[in-house]
Structure formats: structure tokens, C-alpha cells
Design a protein around this ligand. Sequence first.
Ligand SMILES: [Zn+2]
Length: 285
Amino acid sequence: MSALQDLIAAQKAKYQGGNLGNAFKIPEGKTKIRLLQKNDGEKFWHDVGVHWIKASIGGKVQAVVGCDDVTYDKPCKICTAIDLAKSRAMDAEEEALIKEWMRRKMVLVPGLVRSGDKASAVPVIIELTPTTFGNILSVAEEYSSAGVNMFSEKDGMDFVIERRGKGLDTEYTVMAAAKSDPVPAGTIDKLPDIDAYIRSQYFKGEEQKALNVIAQATGHSMAGIGVASVAGMLTNAKAEGADDEFATAATTTAKAAPAAKPVVETEIASESEIDDLMKELEDIG
Ligand SMILES: [Zn+2]
């Protein structure tokens, strides 16, 4: 590569999180990947939790909000609102919708895609289910006991991940590759900025919108409760008597805003989006 191409590749990698595309998701079949750890002994992966908030089951995603709890180990307002909604759910349909709002966990890891049509020498962010990444760590631990760091740029090894099935039946098998390709020198300095990627994808200021959708979609119990009230309710959620106050407010305002049922969505989420959500259901927690 010329110096200019090198520079462009480096810049592309640097801004991958901010401007470019999505993380690489393991497609069906076998995919060879290499995971890269910049500094020995450093935690090089990121745990992320995401709430996909819809107004109705099968409806379009209205707000995508990262879960502060899973991602940053801070209290998550959306989780609190969901817990509250759950405690007030009136029927199975409402419970099913609330379940869809729950955070889906994923693990983001920097690495190279080695096979398939996305194969490239430019490092990307690879998205894995927590179970898959747990299995990767188990394999890596085994090799580590024999003195091999599978995540090393120089002496590491490739993994083969096999994805089988669809939706809730999706299964991932992890194994060490029989043969590992070398990593181009300097790749480790071009790893994408996963923190920036997480901020740009999942913390883009849709929290209020999500709380609003939750308040409206839960109909009878939350109809007419404004965002401000929800925020206040969340702050007081643990206070004694807060529930009673809230119930009163709900009764008073429900008449003014009879939004008992969410408006039917005409826009349907894309097939792949549904598929992604379905496959991530296994990682609710
Ligand atoms: Zn959360």
C-alpha cells in the first residue's frame, strides 16, 4: 500500500465508529475472524446493553437507547421505567411488549473479518452475543494455559464462528482456526474507536422519546402521563407512597388523553431488523 492508502485506511478505521456503517455481525454459516487486543492484560472488549423501544408488538422501533447499567455500570432510567411498567402490566399482550423493551446484551470487540464478502485487512468492530464471547474466552483460556495469547497481533490465532438457525433457535459454535493468517503489521494501531461507536449508535439522545413511548404504550396505567411526570416518577419510584400519587395522577389525566391503545403502525421493521432482534432475545438479561 502507498503512504496515502495507509493514511486513508487509518483514518477510515479511526472514524469507523463515528461515521461508518455498523458493527460486523456474524452471518449464517462459518466465518473466520481474528480478535485483537492492543495492550496485554487490558480489557479490550465492550459490553453493551440496548433497549429497542416500540409502541406496539411488531411495530417499528421508535427509540434506540443504550442501557447505562450494562454499558457504563450506572443506573438506567429505561430499565427503571420498564420495571415499573412490568409491575403495572394488565394483560399478556402488554407483558409481551414490555419484554421486547428489555435490554439486549452484546459484546463489541475489535478485530479482522477473515472470510466471506466482508473480509478485509482493515480492522472493524465485531458484534457478538455474550454467550459466543464467553465461549471465545473459554477457548482463549485453554490456549493461554499453553502460553498462547490468541488475541495478540503477532502470535495470536483466528477463530471460526459458526452460526446456525434463525431467530430464537440461533446457535453459535466457537473453535480455534486450524490455520491462522498473519495480521498485517501496524493493524493494532488502526483499531476502531469502540467507545465513540457506542456513543454514536446507542446514546444519541433518544432517552426522553423512549420514556414517552413507554408511558403512552402502556395505555391505561400511564395514559396521559407526560415525560416530565415519568421523569419525576422515576426519581421517586422508590419513595414510599409514590405509587399512590402516581395512580391518582394517571386517573386524572387518563380522561383527557384516551391513548389506551397505541396507534397501529403502518411502517414495518425490516426483515433483518426483526431477525436481529429475535436472535438477540436469547441474550436478554
Ligand atoms: Zn437499561
